[in-house]
Write a protein that binds this ligand. Structure first.
Ligand SMILES: Cc1cc2nc3c(=O)[nH]c(=O)nc-3n(C[C@H](O)[C@H](O)[C@H](O)COP(=O)(O)O)c2cc1C
Length: 178
């Protein structure tokens, strides 16, 4: 049943964007699930951002919250990327204390999005996404932000989230072409 749904998702949304890329950071897999689902629907390239700082475990969680709150950057693994190759860039991260994970902050600070259409997404448990989007918008300099979408409790609602992604991408197609 699930694979049938995935096939339908893919077929209905195929080839709407000529060229797209999903760039994301994920600590525990929720944002990765969303990013991979988007990439599979749109046929996008997929770039995970990797924080060189260890963020697993209870201590990792605590320090993650602190670093996000203090709006810190971090060292990330190098990514080779020419943003000009893409018609649409989808940027995603988890909500950390209503702020950004350092890895996405570092990435955005180093890039120029002038003239690029960018769609933002984030995952969270329940609240704070608006502040995450405010920060993403501020850092994605020059970007034409075409849409923002958050997904709650992804690991508990994967089937629902798949359909939310499908609906979002269909709406996004209209605005991104405007
Ligand atoms: C340090 C930290 C702070 C968080 N703060 C919030 C928050 O303010 N609001 C919220 O709804 N979820 C919060 N969460 C939950 C995550 O946003 C959520 O689990 C997200 O889907 C994790 O994504 P990931 O699996 O891609 O890392 C926080 C998680 C961490 C690790």
């Amino acid at each position: 049943m699930i694979s049938f749904c995935c096939l339908r998702l893919k077929r209905e949304s195929k080839n709407k964007f000529m060229s797209s890329i999903v760039i994301f950071y994920s600590r525990t897999g929720n944002t990765q699930f969303v990013a991979e689902t988007i990439a599979s629907v749109l046929g996008s390239e997929l770039i995970p951002l990797k924080d060189k700082k260890k963020r697993s475990g209870a201590l990792g969680w605590l320090l993650a919250g602190r670093d996000a709150f203090l709006e810190r950057q971090t060292e990330i693994e190098a990514v080779s990327l020419d943003l000009n190759k893409y018609d649409l860039i989808l940027l995603g991260c988890p909500n950390w204390a209503a702020n950004l994970p350092p890895a996405i902050r570092t990435f955005l600070t180093a890039k120029d999005f002038s003239g690029k259409k960018v769609a933002l997404f984030c995952t969270q448990d329940s609240m704070g996404a608006e502040k995450v989007f405010n920060s993403l918008r501020r850092l994605a300099t020059g970007a034409d932000i075409v849409s923002e979408k958050y997904f709650n409790k992804v690991n508990k609602n994967k089937d629902v989230v798949r359909w939310q992604i499908k609906e979002w991408l269909e709406g996004l197609n209209t605005s991104a072409r405007g």
